[in-house]
Ligand binder design. Structure first.
Ligand SMILES: Nc1ncnc2c1ncn2[C@@H]1O[C@H](COP(=O)(O)OP(=O)(O)OP(=O)(O)O)[C@@H](O)[C@H]1O
Ligand SMILES: [Mg+2]
Length: 462
């Protein structure tokens, strides 16, 4: 019951504690206040507190050291107590430090009420989820009894643990970052989180950030009004507006260029944005899911990805295991796809022989589940009987290997992969007369990704 949820508001500015208390009371929480770190600590020692909202600066100091010290004290007193930091916009790096030290979240000052409430609710929800069910599911039946995750096949314990976490955090509004190699099911799990959330009947909007150029980013994400720029002949609804009341899935987040990262950070920070060409500020109610097959901490270390943005996205991280890490699931997934294909083509049940299952398990699957799925779909198309054997799969693989072999590749040893990459990029640039967008498209990478490779190889872009 919200009535019994006690929230401690810590700030030395009485106008802040007063307005936050009022806001919390209006939404059914029980606020208590403290004007100093000492008072806050003594309250947490002496009474029940379910969540702390704390400022970072007390007295005259603006270094944030006092705030960090209080956070550490509170963590020491009660490690499970969620602490949400309130920081000035200019001191976001401080907030990032706070999150590393164990804060549940941070809200920038001046805050937007809806955003403040969402942060409080999410932190409480996550704390409850943590306290509620730390026991991993004992098996698939157990998992399916708890959550609707039937679209994701598999029984490997590592995989079940990921699904269990997905199910557990689904009802909260927490941002979830989904990582993993290509084809491991990142998008599928994002959809499943949405469906298992209270936003499930609202929109699920997927945006592929690898495919949006930095010039179009704002108009695509925030929309524009007619006449905002030369080509804007009509009003256009941005993706955030379309996702209002639901979930936005930011796919390939690691491809985002620095200027777009700043623009995205702002809307994630306080859930407000401006439509291009209009001065009106809009507030959006949206849950953020994102995915990448890159290692974002490495990108942060090399300066390609903003650390503050990462901490906005990765409240929860789900790492999808590669298929080779869960080989026991290969026959299960194969049977799953066989059934799907048979149904789609109105065919009898198809059976996978032991030898076929064995053969499938022995393959490396660099393209993960997607590649496995495509392999089985192709097999069903050419299969005449109802039994899929290893001989069919082997024949298909040989056929595929012959058909897909690109013309005249150099003999291994003649060139390194790096040199081939460089040569291929130069050819693409030549063919498209230096047009990066077209070259990137032809090479099957985003513009940003191409840019990075140009830098890596020291190629001058014209
Ligand atoms: N556990 C699973 N059960 C059933 N189908 C799956 C599973 N995992 C992935 N798939 C299927 O495999 C294909 C690839 O999945 P998905 O698009 O979610 O991968 P991804 O990680 O987002 O890949 P990419 O990084 O290339 O975007 C889809 O057709 C999806 O339905
Ligand atoms: Mg994907």
């Amino acid at each position: 019951m919200p009535e019994s949820v006690r929230i401690l508001v810590v700030d030395d500015d009485p106008s802040v504690t007063a307005s936050l208390s009022l806001l919390l009371k209006q939404h059914g929480y029980l606020p208590v206040t403290a004007a100093s770190p000492e008072e806050a600590a003594s309250r947490v020692r002496g009474e029940r507190v379910d969540l702390v909202l704390q400022d970072m600066n007390f007295s005259r100091s603006t270094s944030g050291e006092e705030g960090l010290a209080l956070l550490r004290t509170l963590r020491g007193l009660q490690p499970d107590l969620p602490v949400v930091l309130i920081t000035a916009w200019a001191s976001i790096p401080l907030a990032v430090q706070g999150v590393k030290a164990g804060a549940a979240d941070f809200v920038a000052k001046p805050w937007v009420n809806a955003q403040m409430l969402q942060a409080v609710e999410t932190a409480l929800g996550l704390a409850a989820a943590k306290a509620g069910a730390p026991a991993p599911p004992s098996d698939r039946v157990d998992l399916d009894a708890r959550y609707a995750l039937g679209s994701l096949a598999g029984v490997d314990p590592k995989f079940l643990r990921v699904l269990e976490l997905a199910g557990r955090v689904a009802p909260t509004d927490a941002s979830v970052l989904i990582t993993g190699e290509s084809g491991t099911g990142k998008e599928l799990v994002a959809e499943a989180i949405h469906r298992n959330s209270r936003r499930g009947s609202g929109p699920f909007v997927k945006v592929n950030l690898g495919g949006i150029s930095s010039t179009l980013f704002e108009s695509e994400m925030f929309g524009h009004v007619r006449g905002a720029y030369t080509d804007a002949r009509q009003d256009r609804r941005g993706r955030f507006e379309v996702a209002h009341g639901g979930t936005i899935f930011l796919d390939e987040i690691g491809e985002l260029d620095p200027s777009s990262q700043v623009k995205l950070l702002r809307v994630l920070q306080d859930r407000t944005y401006e439509v291009l060409g209009s001065s009106q500020t809009r507030t959006v109610d949206v849950r953020i899911l994102s995915a990448t097959n890159r290692d974002l901490p490495t990108q942060v270390a090399s300066g390609q990805f903003r650390e503050d943005l990462l901490y906005r996205l990765n409240l929860i991280v789900l790492r999808m295991p590669a298929l080779r890490e869960r080989p026991g699931d290969i026959p299960i997934l194969a049977t799953h796809f066989l059934e799907q294909s048979a149904r789609a083509h109105g065919r009898q049940t198809l059976t996978l022989t032991q030898a076929a299952a064995h053969w499938l398990r022995a393959q490396p699957w660099p393209g993960n589940v997607r590649q496995l799925r495509q392999t089985l779909e192709r097999a069903v198309l050419v299969l005449e009987g109802d039994i899929l054997d290893s001989s069919h799969l082997r024949a298909l693989a040989e056929l595929g290997a012959a058909g897909e072999r690109p013309p005249s590749l150099p003999t291994p040893g003649a060139m390194t992969l790096d040199e081939i990459e460089r040569a291929m990029i130069e050819r693409a640039l030549q063919q498209f007369e230096g047009n990066l967008t077209k070259a990137a498209e032809a090479l099957g990478v985003s513009r940003t990704a191409l840019y990075r490779r140009l830098q890596k190889h020291g190629i001058e872009a014209r």
